[in-house]
Design a protein around this ligand. Structure first.
Ligand code: ZN
Length: 257
């Protein structure tokens, strides 16, 4: 359908796809050309079309499990299943480094994420320790006073998790139900949720906070652009397990509970 032309620029090899006669028109009509090999098989990060559009990017197979409430026996089962499937555990920050890095890994990975910092998630720590796994905890900034319904981690516990080598990710300051709406009606408050919360958390744990989780999985292009200014990666509630540079701010996850 199309031919490939290898180009070396700045020491990095990438491929530019060239259309065979007659197929360019099909592409213009929305027919996406297929390659018989993945970029990984070809040893390149991405394939670009002659018009500069990204055709396909090198992707990493990683299941990012999403936990909210129960974090004991379900967690143990999930870790065992992933290990049995040959998956290697990383934090979301480490996974982002793999996705964005130069090396083309063909390994299969897994990451454990906990949203909201519910007190019940304390159960997870001994389970993670037993398997030597470090988790990623998406928690609210230290100014968060709770919702009066659920119990949440103390700020001391957030520091403890960080000191134990778990990743602390940002999940805003007040968990607004709809960040898109907040951005429209109160931009100052919105900035505090996306940027201020990160600074608060970094001040608390005295370490960088590199990744973000959109509250309730709500995001749009404007939010992605803002998040990209200060974070390395962001996770959503979209189901999936393939991660590539173009979706580093909309990483899919696998919902457990
Ligand atoms: Zn949440």
């Amino acid at each position: 359908m199309i031919t490939r032309r290898q180009v070396v620029a700045g020491g990095a090899a990438f491929l530019v796809a060239s259309f065979l006669p007659g197929t360019a028109a099909a592409y213009q009509q929305g027919v996406v050309p297929q390659f018989e090999k993945s970029p990984q098989d070809l040893g390149v990060r991405s394939l670009y079309l002659p018009d500069g559009k990204l055709l396909v990017a090198h992707s990493i197979d990683a299941e990012i499990y999403m936990f909210h409430h129960e974090a004991g026996s379900a967690l143990d089962w999930v870790i065992r299943q992933a290990l049995a499937a040959g998956r290697q555990f990383v934090t979301v920050n480490q996974l982002a480094d793999l996705v964005l890095g130069e090396e083309l890994t063909s390994g299969r990975y897994a990451a454990i994420t906990f949203d909201d910092g519910y007190l019940v998630q304390k159960q997870a720590v001994p389970v993670l320790d037993r398997h030597g796994v470090k988790g990623t905890f998406y928690i609210m900034a230290p100014s968060w006073q709770g919702d009066g319904v659920n119990s949440y981690f103390s700020n001391d516990f957030k520091v403890f998790l960080s000191e134990e080598g778990h990743e602390i990710g940002c999940h805003t300051a007040n968990h607004p139900p709809n960040l898109i709406a907040l951005r429209q009606v109160n931009f100052g408050a919105y900035l505090q949720e996306v940027f201020g919360a990160k600074l608060q958390l970094e001040d608390l744990i005295q370490a960088p906070v590199n990744t973000f989780a959109y509250p309730n999985g709500v995001f749009n292009q404007a939010l992605v652009a803002d998040v990209a200014m200060v974070y390395k990666a962001a996770v959503t509630t979209i189901p999936g397990r393939l991660h590539s540079a173009p979706n580093i701010y909309t990483m899919p996850r696998v919902r457990v509970n």
